[in-house]
Ligand binder design. Structure first.
Ligand SMILES: [Zn+2]
Length: 161
């Protein structure tokens, strides 16, 4: 029997990008929570971010915050592999829990092509001075994807030192 492992940031970015930043269960676009955290810094107290993703304090994250879900729960024999991971909005993740997919819903196959979950906004507004270690890890991973070419190589390298 597998033991549930926490999903790495690297795998999370891979899954969200693979799934074009959409929930594979309901089809809605998802948003990258660290980008909402940045927006909260820029414009505080408008409900962009709260660590607990509660409706009252961060309504968008409470609906469509990006998470990674085990399609088949580890408690039901699912494994910790990329093929068993799906992008899930926070709502679907809470609702599905450990239920087997066949008893709960289905997988959406048709996904948009241009949505990025606000991840490029996160890269654009990233500020190394005020970033915490978690934000630094997200920034490095997103830069390594190489799909945010609007930020110059020089500035990215400076931060990555
Ligand atoms: Zn969903």
């Amino acid at each position: 029997m597998s033991i549930r492992k926490s999903i790495t940031k690297k795998d999370s970015i891979y899954i969200w990008t693979r799934d074009r930043w959409c929930c594979r269960y309901c089809g809605r676009p998802v948003i990258f929570a660290p980008a909402m955290k940045q927006l909260e810094k820029i414009s505080p107290a408008h409900g962009y971010y709260h660590a607990h993703w509660k409706r009252q304090h961060s309504p968008l994250l409470d609906e469509i915050g990006a998470t990674v879900d085990h399609i088949q729960a580890v408690s039901n024999g699912g494994c910790n592999s990329i093929d068993n991971y799906n992008t899930s909005c926070w709502r679907c993740n809470l609702d599905k829990k450990d239920k087997p997919l066949e008893n709960w819903g289905k997988i959406v196959e048709s996904l948009p092509s241009s949505w990025d979950g606000l991840s490029s906004l996160f890269v654009r507004f990233y500020d190394d001075e005020s970033a915490d270690s978690t934000d630094r890890q997200w920034y490095r991973l997103l830069c390594n994807l190489g799909c945010h070419s609007e930020r110059s190589e020089e500035s990215a390298c400076t931060v990555l030192k």
